[in-house]
Design a binder for this molecule. Structure first.
Ligand code: 5GP
Length: 177
């Protein structure tokens, strides 16, 4: 027997509508520049990045970066380690970091500092989800999809130990089950 699907927190249509709004806002804000570099944080941001990037109306290139975070558990150590850096040259470019979710803020804060050392013209941040009540370090999210509570979410790129990553909606699970 297959397991029941996680309950819906944010539906597929709500995500789609919000991604379109974010893409419009980002396209407007950068309309006078010569395009942006979207840097997706693997693995969780890959679906959000795919949808967001296709809705933009400004020139854009895509890069990926990978960090180690929760090491197959749901407990954050706060320590972030770079696993894969960007391949392309981002010096002098307008960079938009695209994250799936900001929890304690350690990952995004580390990434901003790390990417600044590559000498971009600017860095802004975009996250689909934010758990404001779990914040440990202050980090600015320029473009935010949805604020959520302190719960473990899966789907739309987000997993629990590699499970449920390709659910079309954001669902909630109890990681202790
Ligand atoms: P932070 O460094 O902000 O504490 O954590 C960011 C990372 O933790 C995210 O990129 C994501 O990989 C992971 N994370 C935090 N909360 C959740 C969650 O509810 N679900 C999933 N799947 N990953 C999460």
């Amino acid at each position: 027997m297959s397991e029941p699907s996680p309950p819906v927190l944010i539906s597929e249509s709500a995500i789609d509508a919000r991604v379109r709004e974010l893409a419009r806002e980002i396209s407007d804000d950068y309309s006078n520049g010569d395009g942006i570099v979207l840097i997706g944080v693997l693995k969780g941001a890959f679906i959000f990045l795919a949808d967001l990037s296709r809705r933009l109306t400004i020139p854009r290139t895509i890069e990926f970066i990978a960090v180690s975070s929760y090491e197959d558990s749901d407990v954050s150590s706060g320590a972030v380690r770079l696993v894969m850096d960007v391949r392309g040259n981002i010096e002098g470019r307008d960079v938009l970091i695209v994250e799936d979710i900001v929890d304690t803020g350690h990952t995004l804060s580390y990434l901003i500092g790390m990417l600044e050392s590559h000498g971009p013209a600017s860095i802004r941040t975009c996250a689909l989800l934010h758990k404001a009540e779990r914040a440990e370090v202050e980090v600015n999210i320029d473009y935010l999809g949805f604020g959520i509570g302190d719960e473990w979410v899966v789907g739309y790129g987000l997993d629990f130990v590699e499970k449920d990553r390709t659910l079309p909606y954001i669902g909630v699970i109890d990681p202790n089950d």
